[in-house]
Design a protein around this ligand. Structure first.
Ligand code: ADP
Ligand code: MG
Ligand code: MG
Length: 895
């Protein structure tokens, strides 16, 4: 059997997007439900894939096209390019996922020197016929023959000037027919060939051009950015032409069933009278609104409204529709589920629920964590803001305002002096890292969403706009230009990492209403706001609460202080999944910890530890207070040693100076000796975590005692503390076993002293491949596993994040080694596999084990879906990501 490469519009349906592309599948669907679509057929993505692989169209394709074309001609009672009454068609690209503006469309195929006469006779409208013909040559020249569009546009402008008119549609028949000759000459000069007069050749060549447009650089770049697979191919749609350029009773437009920018109810759109195709979006003439259309053509308008309503109910979502009116008759040329902003997504989802079109579960699937995150960033207050001076890629969301600087050094010094700066570079490289850290935002003129600047900025949670191509950055002379507009060092600029817009003024930044809602509740957040904002707040609230009802994963927060804990609770955290204790040893307490690690003898050590105990106890007491009734998982100290010991270089300098002056200090020399002894060339793989606990007598015991005593104090005051102790960087069950026994002894001691019970669970982080692989042993001595996916990613891949992210991640993304940074979204096939192994092996020996993730993946949407699938009990993430995790955990449960 031969493959079917060609489907009539009356054969397909919206389920066939893989084969027919989005546009083709939806055209067929509309035809199926009785919406007026000009008849035609679709050539499948399979045909495209074969064509691209072999360089020629599959043999049967030509024959199948001939057959489909015959049927179309019979139905329309016209022949393609017939000289008396020609059938004209459009040849349109249409991939599975919409790639706006990336690929090609050729209209009016079938016109030639003879059939243009037939069209004139049939329509009695020579102006229209010549206009259609010149458009065909223009589009064909550009798309099929690769002639620069400007060549044609310049002649069109010249014709208008010669005739003294401003708009295309004012051109006279004579000008247009002359333009056709001029265009044909351009084709000949530029391509060395005549514009083909054979209608079928026009059609076949157009189809090939559409196939080939799948592999243009910009299409490839777009796919990489949007993470669309490269091997899908595009379908080609051949459809009967209808004409919006036949006079004042004709026109073309686009519309949305609701406002895709705000989610406001009611139809939105643009309409252009006496126009064809891309005229609407190209901005060559000012468009009319849908209300205007309603006044001009009330009947057509009401038919359109009916269709919009039907399509929305049929697709059960916001639809984006392209239509054309030919002499008062309405035709629908395309529809798809429309793209929308984050706030529109939340509002529309809930509107559809209230209109009984979708269920709450479906509404939950319609929004996502990325959108919620966008709503949680501060935004520019655009009320009095000027227009953007240029636009780049929205590379890392948020709003940033600061003074322009052009090099890393200036960024750092200015920032140290308390200035807010935005770093402007053509592109960034690892040498700019210091400046990027110092800046509040980053703006580059080159590179896309996977450029160095973008990747690093997202990693740091910093606002970035990348690839603002109109911006010329002169790094040496420290200024930038957009056209004639100049930005000097020190000038204020504002950049919006959620839209890519760049402003050359200081725009005030507004805190997010959604964050206000999360912290203070609906009533406070809604006060004094417009209706739309109030609706948004209510929609977010309802969807978050629905997610909470549905999700299986619990959501905890990573919080190290009582302040973080309080924020986390407000954002809905059901406990703390990771309370790091390192920061508790910074500042003045640092000397104490140095003394513990470097202590000469036990006496010194015990003194130092005794001084730390009350401080630690108070830390924990305060956190337990915030988290009363909810679990707090405390991780015992896990410092990279170099962060806690005095700086070796400093000590060396001091000692050398002292020697020169013959004033050697005994204590300094000893310290230098000790620190030198402990110096590590690779601290991330050094004396950390449980290893430090095992070699520093008394250190972990001190922490455990502080935890137990704080818990006892809370119980004594009638509260309900729930506490877990977590041991970091375990690779062997022996490490955990020894540590656990010692901890239990301390807990028992405190319990006896206080005469109460202290039910504290003791578990471990799983952050080394060896721990995952030996989980069947570790599981015997642990009450829970918490996957430290940051370290687990580092140790599985064998690279350290701090070193590699700036060095080669951008290159790896470009090369396709990664499609996304494994620190952003969990690497399912590697790190994820270890997670599955550890869970299975752990459960097999200890059915009571419970499992969580702490680490940044705990707040990443895609990773959360994976953790749900693996069946973990909870994720823990930074307080700010808690609402996002709640939403995504709910989505994972219903999708
Ligand atoms: P895109 O994928 O960029 O939206 P389309 O294939 O939708 O490109 O074509 C662009 C425009 O060309 C359409 O919006 C429509 O106005 C016009 N067009 C396409 N096919 C036809 C047709 N059969 N009759 C009239 N106009 C058409
Ligand atoms: Mg379109
Ligand atoms: Mg770790």
């Amino acid at each position: 059997m031969t493959t079917q490469f060609v489907y009539s519009f009356s054969e397909g349906s919206k389920e066939l997007k893989d084969l027919l592309g989005g546009k083709g599948a939806n055209l067929a669907e509309m035809m199926r439900i009785g919406i007026p679509v000009p008849p035609g057929f679709t050539i499948t993505t399979e045909a495209c894939k074969e064509f691209l692989a072999l360089g020629v169209a599959p043999l049967e394709l030509e024959i199948q096209i001939t057959k489909a074309l015959r049927e179309l001609e019979d139905e329309m009672q016209k022949r393609l390019g017939d000289k008396r009454d020609p059938l004209l068609v459009s040849v349109r690209s249409g991939a599975k996922f919409s790639m706006p503006g990336m690929m090609e469309t050729i209209l009016n195929v079938g016109l030639n020197d003879e059939s243009v006469q037939g069209l004139i006779k049939q329509t009695k409208n020579p102006r229209f016929a010549w206009d259609a013909y010149r458009r065909l040559i223009q589009m064909y020249g550009k798309t099929v023959l690769g002639i620069e569009g400007q060549k044609f546009a310049a002649e069109l402008d010249k014709a208008k000037k010669d005739q003294g008119v401003v708009d295309d549609h004012q051109l006279s028949v004579e000008s247009l027919s002359k333009l056709v000759e001029t265009f044909k000459n351009i084709v000949f000069q530029e391509s060395g060939k005549n514009f083909p007069q054979d209608p079928r050749e026009q059609m076949d060549q157009s189809m090939r051009a559409v196939f080939n447009s799948w592999n243009t650089d910009r299409a490839k770049l777009y796919r990489r950015r949007e993470r669309i697979a490269d091997d899908l191919g595009t379908a080609v749609n051949i459809g009967t032409m209808v004409f919006g350029n036949m006079g004042e009773d004709s026109g073309t437009g686009v519309c949305f069933t609701r406002d895709p920018a705000t989610g406001e109810l009611g139809a939105y759109g643009d309409y252009l009278q006496n126009a064809q195709g891309e005229d609407v979006v190209s901005g060559i003439r000012n468009t009319l609104s849908l209300e205007d259309l309603g006044r001009l053509h009330p009947e057509v308008f009401s038919e359109l409204r009916g269709i919009m309503y039907n399509l929305e109910t049929h697709y059960r979502d916001l639809c984006d529709i392209e239509f054309t009116i030919e002499r008062g008759k309405l035709w629908i040329l395309q529809t798809r589920v429309g793209k929308r902003t984050a706030s529109a997504a939340f509002r529309i989802a809930m509107q559809l629920v209230d209109e009984h079109i979708i269920t709450m579960d479906e509404a939950l699937v319609r929004v996502n964590g990325g959108q919620l995150a966008q709503l949680m960033f501060p935004q520019f207050d655009m009320r009095n803001a000027p227009k953007a001076i240029t636009k780049g890629m929205a590379a890392s969301p948020g709003a940033a305002v600061g003074k322009a600087v052009f090099d890393s050094e200036t960024a750092t010094t200015w920032a140290e002096n308390g200035e807010r700066v935005i770093l402007l570079r053509r592109e960034t490289n690892p040498d700019d890292l210091g400046g990027m850290i110092a800046a509040v935002g980053i703006l580059t003129s080159r590179g896309g969403k996977t450029s160095h600047a973008a990747v690093v900025a997202r990693g740091m949670g910093k606002v970035a706009v990348c690839g603002a191509e109109e911006l010329e950055v002169n790094e040496n002379e420290k200024f930038a230009k957009v056209g004639s507009l100049r930005i000097n060092e020190g000038d204020y600029i504002s950049i919006d990492g959620s839209t890519g817009e760049v402003f050359n003024v200081e725009i005030p930044v507004e805190p997010s209403t959604i964050v206000r809602y999360l912290t203070d509740g609906i009533a406070d957040a809604s006060e004094g706001k417009e209706d739309g904002t109030r609706e948004l707040i209510r929609s977010v609230d309802r969807l978050l609460r629905h997610a909470d009802r549905r999700r299986k994963l619990r959501v905890r927060a990573n919080a190290d202080t009582d302040l973080d804990a309080a924020v986390a609770r407000k954002f809905g955290a059901e406990g703390i999944g990771l309370c790091r204790t390192e920061h508790m040893f910074l500042g003045e307490r640092r000397v104490l910890i140095e003394r513990v690690i470097l202590a000469k003898n036990n006496e010194h050590r015990e003194e130092a530890l005794a001084a730390l105990l009350p401080l630690q106890r108070e830390d924990f007491f305060n956190i337990f207070k915030e988290m009363d009734g909810h679990t707090t998982t405390i991780r015992l100290l896990d410092p990279p040693l170099h962060e806690f010991l005095p700086n070796l270089a400093d000590l060396k300098v001091k000692s050398a100076l002292a020697r020169e002056r013959n004033q050697v200090v005994e204590a300094d020399e000893r310290l230098l000796y000790e620190v030198e002894k402990m110096y590590e060339s690779n601290p991330m793989l050094g004396l950390r975590g449980v290893r430090l606990g095992l070699v520093s007598p008394g250190l972990y015991e001190l922490q455990v005692r502080a935890i137990a005593e704080a818990m006892a104090d809370r119980i004594a005051s009638g509260a309900n503390p729930k506490v877990e102790i977590m041991i970091p960087l375990v690779g062997s069950h022996m490490e955990l076993k020894i540590t656990r026994l010692a901890a239990e002894e301390v807990i028992q001691e405190v319990a006896r002293e206080r005469k109460i019970e202290l039910p504290i669970e003791i578990g471990t982080m799983i952050e080394l491949p060896r721990a995952a692989l030996t989980a069947n042993r570790i599981g015997l001595v642990a009450d829970f596993f918490s996957f430290g996916t940051n370290d687990l990613t580092q140790t599985t891949w064998g690279f350290s994040r701090d070193d590699v992210e700036a060095e080669f991640f951008a290159k790896y993304l470009e090369l396709g080694v990664f499609t996304i940074s494994p620190f952003e979204t969990i690497d399912q096939s590697g790190v994820g596999e270890l997670l599955i192994i550890a869970t299975e092996r752990g459960k097999s020996v200890n059915p009571n084990l419970h499992f969580g993730v702490c680490g940044e993946h705990g707040g990443d949407p895609e990773s959360i879906h994976f953790f749900h699938k693996v069946g973990l009990d909870y994720v823990s993430c930074s307080p700010f990501r808690v609402p996002i995790a709640r939403l995504e955990a709910g989505r994972a449960a219903v999708s």
